[in-house]
Design a protein around this ligand. Structure first.
Ligand SMILES: Cc1cc2nc3c(=O)[nH]c(=O)nc-3n(C[C@H](O)[C@H](O)[C@H](O)COP(=O)(O)O)c2cc1C
Length: 162
């Protein structure tokens, strides 16, 4: 990881390889996205005006939140939404198996801003696009940010029983 961190320090992030959220996210998604962000910043005492604090928190993504290991997931660029969902299922399984092995994970689409650097570092074949990184290690449960619990919609909001 030292080698990766050193390599990355020589590279600038670029535009995201894909839209992490659709542009002009409509309701109710916009409010949900806003709420989890505000809850996280509140937990670490970063105000809305504190642009430097917000940037510093985002930048921790690109240090894998201090994790000692990571995997990076790529997909063949010919693949579309159905295969992206397959990758999501793979990730879920990977993260559950990591938990079983005593390791915590943090999936990170933020790595989409470092597609060129990660591609070069791992030697991904041509035609592969980055989807995400997954930081791998042990979570610090005393860190205030890890006390944030994301709100979940109740079952009757996201499921229709007929
Ligand atoms: C595919 C995927 C990508 C994510 N990318 C990021 C990211 O780049 N940065 C981040 O802080 N959180 C990201 N998250 C959310 C965190 O990993 C989140 O803390 C984690 O999913 C646990 O969320 P929960 O408390 O809602 O279960 C991502 C989640 C998923 C599933």
């Amino acid at each position: 990881m030292t080698r990766f961190r050193e390599f990355l320090s020589t590279r600038e992030p670029g535009p995201s390889a894909y839209d992490i959220y659709p542009p002009n996210l409509p309701e109710p998604y916009r409010s949900s996205r806003y709420k989890i962000g505000e809850d996280m910043y509140a937990a670490i005492g970063v105000t809305r005006e504190d642009k430097a604090g917000r940037f510093a928190q985002f930048a921790k993504n690109l240090d894998l939140f201090g994790a000692p290991a990571a995997i990076f997931c790529f997909f063949d660029e010919i693949m579309g939404p159905p295969q992206w969902s397959d990758l999501g299922m793979f990730l879920q399984t990977f993260m559950l198996l990591a938990q079983e092995a005593g390791l915590d994970t943090c999936p990170q689409e933020a790595w989409a801003v470092h597609e060129a650097a990660v591609t070069e570092f791992v030697g991904a074949p041509e035609g592969q696009r980055i989807f995400c990184g997954v930081a791998l290690g042990t979570a610090d449960w005393d860190a205030p940010i890890n006390s944030v619990e994301s709100q979940r919609e109740p079952l009757n909001v996201f499921a229709t029983f007929v």
